[in-house]
Design a protein around this ligand. Sequence first.
Ligand SMILES: Cc1cc2nc3c(=O)[nH]c(=O)nc-3n(C[C@H](O)[C@H](O)[C@H](O)COP(=O)(O)OP(=O)(O)OC[C@H]3O[C@@H](n4cnc5c(N)ncnc54)[C@H](O)[C@@H]3O)c2cc1C
Length: 813
Amino acid sequence: MAEIPEQARVVIIGGGIMGASVAYHLGRLGVSDAVLLERDRYTSGTTWHAAGLVGQLRATENLTRLCRYSLELYSQLEAETGQATGFRQPGALALATTDERFVELRRTAAIADYLGVEAEVLTPAEAQALWPQMEIDDVVGAIHLPKDGMVSPVDTTMALLAGARLAGVRTLQGVAVEELLVEGGRVTGVRTGQGDVRAESVVLAAGIWSRDFAARHGVPLPLYAAEHYYAITQPIEGISAKTPILRDPDHSAYFKEEARRLLIGLFEPVARPWAMDAGADFSFHEIPANLDHVMPLLERAYRRLPFLHDVELRQIFCGPESFTPDDNFVMGEAPTLPGLFVAAGFNSIGIQVAGGVGQALAEWIIEGEATMDLAEVDIRRFEPFHAGRPFLADRTAETLGMLYGMHWPFRQFETARGVKHSPFHQRLAERGACFGETAGWERPNFYAPPGEKAEYRYSYGRPNFFPWTGEEHLATREGVGLYDQTSYAKFLLQGPDAQAVLQRVCAGDVARPVGKVVYTQWLNVAGGIEADLTVTRTDEESFLVVTTAATRFRDFHFLKAAIGEASAILTDITSGLATLGIMGPGSRALLAQLTSADLSNEAFPFATCQEIELGYAIVRAMRITYVGELGWELYIPTEFALHVFDEIMARGEGEGLKLCGFHAMASCRLEKGYRHFGHDIGPEDTALEAGLGFAVGWEKDADFTGRSALEKQRREGLSRRLLQFQVPDPEVMLHHDEPIYRDGQRMGLTTSGGWGYTVGAAIALGYAKGEPGGLDADWVRAGEWEIEVAGRRHAATASLRPAYDPASRRVRG
Ligand SMILES: Cc1cc2nc3c(=O)[nH]c(=O)nc-3n(C[C@H](O)[C@H](O)[C@H](O)COP(=O)(O)OP(=O)(O)OC[C@H]3O[C@@H](n4cnc5c(N)ncnc54)[C@H](O)[C@@H]3O)c2cc1C
């Protein structure tokens, strides 16, 4: 029986590639007082049957950084540890059989180039020169990533474990962790059949078993297993270790060489969720293949390599892999159980990202916060409902195929929909709303005119809703638009210390009179933005916090953790308040018909809030805007919501009131240069770099997290700044992650993009970098700017100020 220690700084649960990588990196970073516990044998979960592809590119810069680091690490791991890893770099080809897919591939190649990943765009014939046996009659184009690689997942895991042990970390097999030890709401160790291990931190890297283990401790961890297939052929002449990996996403298949055989992997659009009834004894097992499911998929794959019809299959393999509701993995500290870190839900890229994730998580544990922006994979992006079994089972059928599906701009999930509805839902549906999903909410994204179907028809060019969103945008700019913003998250912080807590957390000064609305950020110690929201004093000891739907769980727990011993209570009141935004120059006149309240500038200035009568209801009206116009957000007790809506519509419909969706809001806010958390701002962007210095309470007499970092940056000058861009070419559509150039030099990627219907051009935000202190308006004006889309650079204009109403006259008018 293995001897387990009584104590360790960190305990890692799970001896798959992820646990091994965390152990390796903890050791490398000097935390040798760590122990990894594997209940069976190392790699016995999902790792042993992975195909072993190690691609370098992901959809975003930071995830690509994790993959590139993994590749680099695996390339030298054998030399470092003496344990073979099977690492090699035959390169990879990805094919497009439609024009839109080719646009997508060329967009990917542009990002790759910007990120320093070698990528070349090829004609079908050039691609065939690299893979002579393939059929190219339907191929439109391809990209080639000559440095993409592969490893043996088992050997690589063993090498990581060997490296961990070399650094003094203990790794033990045959030790199942039965439960976590929890004291005072914090993890203090683990219980095993061989005794307890006390620890400061515990890492849950238990693969598909992580969800149920976490659930037993009250931690929602949304992942669910799906059947994941590949087939292996007999040896084939002409296939060798040099044969590049071949990806044919339009046929949901990839091909990779394995001992002169071909492994044919599948990413089918509709997958089979797996019941997860394997229990603990599933080690080194496989799921019996469902031939009715897999054979037609293989037939489709053979379209690319017709000779495979004559090649015998040696094996059809099916193993479980975990998938998450948004197809991104899950890492970080559980907000409901401090001290518990997770690394799970890898959506079939666990080998590819393990190196980077292991390093990032080890740093996170040591530093106490993430050392890079990992918001898109942070466990806090999910709410508890995401971890429900019926939700996950339905969503998992869709997520497996997403890896090879089209990554359309505005793509919406088709499964597990209809989770949360605002009270207005039915009314909006009757008026042509097309809903999109955010954090489970069905939100009106645009309205189809009578006679048109309220549905998405995606495109990398102008989508079907382009003109309808344009009308909504212009109604907001010239008349009055009505937005259903019920999905916004709302919290109430109350108590004698409520102000003191918020003064510590907010960069802005919230010690303001009752009714004042403060737009503010919550920062980390480096001055990076952790949240972007408004705080309104509603009473001497009571504050209303309003933030985005997508960050509800994250922001709630951020603030809750900050309360500590202070005397304040935080309550999530999202469900109690429906929200309507009445936005546009006509909003005052329309509202005036419905309320006796004085809405003049003097009586109701910008960034203030009052309770007003509206019809038979009393609502909280907040004069604030995310579209850059005169307007009010109405926070309505839910039971009054329909009454208020009907009143507004009855008065407004004859006066040009238009229902508007979130796409119109996005277009308006881009023109106005309003930032969006998760796109334009995040933990790696300081408030100053983001151009939000105006929202910082420099003079306030309370210290706040991030203050000294901001003050230092203010003294030294910025070497990075958020700019607004316009591309005059009317054919160009910007979305995000398009490379930005100044005088031919790479600057960064756009952080968000869209169409500005008032300025009449594609518009984007993005960071530029340069000499500290040198990035002023003259420098911006002096540059020749370009934005690259799908391999073509387009002339752009850049500005520190927004294109639309830079002095905010309309907002304050
Ligand atoms: C068919 C297929 C092909 C794939 N191909 C690729 C590919 O080409 N490239 C790629 O990047 N990814 C691929 N993947 C995905 C990859 O295999 C996984 O993402 C990765 O192996 C996950 O590793 P892990 O360490 O998180 O989980 P696992 O390997 O499952 O490890 C978890 C470990 O935790 C242990 N454990 C569970 N509970 C406990 C407990 N209570 N106490 C102690 N130990 C416990 C388990 O025994 C297990 O060993 C593929 C997956 C499949 C199914």
